[in-house]
Design a protein around this ligand. Structure first.
Ligand code: G4P
Length: 193
């Protein structure tokens, strides 16, 4: 087990409905030392890629992305979720559907902060169905930039997102891939990497 898998086993809580609660260290209280370790692992996995910007999505991607950005020494931009239909022309816009929350959001990024010269590492906390990632990829494409890679803390390997994104040809690196979990025993099975 790697450092993140160990932490998930120690402090994660498996809930009914295939939900993994990691509030105590990842997306409510945040262990920034763990985030630094994640940043260093991403740096190793994306070695050789000329990354000059980190892109994430609010809310819980932001903390991780900021620490990862410190390790890469590049700026970080987060896509904002917007319910407004009055988005002006200064913004890139993508639709993101949340299966978990059963709602549709638009995500927006100002054209000032992403452009054709950007080589982007996309960072997020969870990958489930991949809708958020597809929205972020669309925004980089609209900007004419390049997606150099995608770094995820926890991928739910039994949902389709990881396969969809890998099939599109992107280098997707998930630090922990959960293949199954059992709320009655608390057991979590990770994919061997
Ligand atoms: P997708 O983005 O991969 O398509 O996933 P989905 O719509 O299914 O997920 C919606 C939200 O639920 C995402 O956060 C995602 O991070 C979160 N999520 C999915 N599965 C789990 C889980 O097992 N545990 C936890 N803790 N979160 C999970 P969001 O609501 O869009 O953003 P945020 O504001 O919480 O960051």
């Amino acid at each position: 087990m790697n450092f993140l898998e160990e932490r998930i086993v120690k402090d994660g809580i498996v809930k009914e409905g295939n939900v993994l609660k990691v509030d105590s260290f990842l997306n409510h209280q945040m262990d920034v030392e763990l985030f630094r370790e994640m940043g260093e692992e991403f740096k190793r996995r994306f070695a050789g890629k000329e990354i000059n910007k980190i892109l994430t999505i609010e809310a819980s991607g932001i903390g991780i992305a900021c620490v990862v950005a410190l390790v890469f020494n590049v700026p970080v931009v987060f896509a904002k979720k917007s319910k407004s239909i009055n988005v002006d022309g200064d913004m890139y816009v993508a639709d993101v559907e949340s299966f978990t929350h059963k709602c549709k959001n638009q995500v927006i990024v100002s054209k000032k902060y992403l452009g054709k010269d950007d080589h982007v590492l996309i960072i997020d906390d969870f990958l489930a169905n991949g809708c958020a990632l597809q929205g972020l990829i669309s925004i980089v494409n609209q900007a004419g930039g390049t997606v150099e890679g995608i770094g995820i803390a926890i991928e739910k390997g039994f949902q389709v997102g990881g396969q969809v994104i890998r099939n599109l040809g992107y280098q997707l690196e998930s630090l922990a891939i959960v293949d199954s979990m059992d709320a009655s025993t608390g057991e979590i099975v990770f994919r061997k990497q």
